[in-house]
Ligand binder design. Sequence first.
Ligand SMILES: Nc1ncnc2c1ncn2[C@@H]1O[C@H](COP(=O)(O)OP(=O)(O)OP(=O)(O)O)[C@@H](O)[C@H]1O
Ligand SMILES: [Mg+2]
Length: 292
Amino acid sequence: MATESGHAMSPGAIALENVTLAFGEGRNAVTALQSLSLTLRPGDFLSVLGPSGCGKSSLINTIAGFQRPQAGEVRVDGEQVVRPGPDRGVVFQQPTLFPWKLVWQNVDFGLKFRNVRRAQRDQMVDEILRKVGLSEFGRHYPAQLSGGMQQRVGLARVLVNKPRVMLMDEPFSSLDAQTRLMMQELLLEVWTEYGMTVLFVTHDIDEAIYLGSQVAVLTRRPGRLKALFDVPLPRPRTIDTLVSKDFMKLKRTCMDLLREEMLGAPAATERRGRDSNLARDRLLVESADVAA
Ligand SMILES: Nc1ncnc2c1ncn2[C@@H]1O[C@H](COP(=O)(O)OP(=O)(O)OP(=O)(O)O)[C@@H](O)[C@H]1O
Ligand SMILES: [Mg+2]
């Protein structure tokens, strides 16, 4: 495949050029993303960190095609994104399964919608349920599964389409620590096997570094790219990765960048006066605690 500029592209390349996304009008207008440019090569795993409300979900929604930017362009494999498509799988914090459908029917839904033949669908659904460790639960309803298992169904439902791009918006943040670790390992396993491009939004700095090949830090709203750096930690990543010196260094960098953004511009802090100074001190102490 070739872009207009003549560059060869492989599947899963994402390019955002000067993307601006705003909501509402007049005094109520909110700019979520401002002139954001970002490039992901096929097979990249980019973790995205940023203060709450800075536009991370908006970024996902824009690449997914749920929202159209007012300015700029989003391209996947050289093609402008104008609507959602199965080539871009989206995983949210909650798996939003159809409660009245069995697990296998939830996973099968997208394939059926695309008129894939029944025999082939059965094979694909079986394979993916095995991959996420839910072979025995195909004939259960979502409500009969734990939160982690439901999230695995959510993952399976996206993976079954063999997407070129996976857009994940805090997918594991509602899970307990152990389940979360299992899901992270599962995600790395399928990413290694399938090689899709992943954009992974999280509030968790450890998770961002542990998973990502690169980490992007967004500014506070309107979201712009504040920093983008490689994570040169070897794979496969293990528990040792999490306690290594290099990991700690990257964590410190992320914390400093995020803290800078969360503390806000000096003008805004001064305007809000003493109360916001107290909040600011508290934030500094909390951050220092984590760093210790
Ligand atoms: N559908 C919408 N209508 C109006 N405003 C919206 C809409 N979606 C997002 N916004 C606004 O855009 C800004 C960015 O929101 P977004 O959900 O992208 O932030 P976020 O970084 O994902 O936050 P969080 O970390 O809390 O999930 C916010 O100010 C929000 O109020
Ligand atoms: Mg969000």
